[in-house]
Design a protein around this ligand. Sequence first.
Ligand code: FES
Length: 111
Amino acid sequence: MESKPPLESDSRWITTCELRDLPPSSMKRFDRKANRILLANIDNQIFAVDDTCTHEDASLSTGFLKGDLVKCPLHGSRFCVRDGRALEEPAETSLNCYPTRVQNGNVEVYI
Ligand code: FES
């Protein structure tokens, strides 16, 4: 079944931070209830993926961002923040991705 795109007014759009706090080539973690989300600014495009590595319980926000790839700080798996793909073992499972938008200078994520 094909998923519907999020509605503009949908209450699942959550404000995470101000865009000025997420400059290009940076990333940060956003926690909300059970969700741990990694936000990354790649050339002024904002991407959001799961922050927890799919190999073990490591926070990718404490890893390294190079281009559009984030490297896990624990065992070095790399993931693409654009589509969540796991590119290097030991992680084999991709990260979930979340739609993002910028509204009034704030970064919002659809959770
Ligand atoms: S916890 Fe991330 S690669 Fe092992």
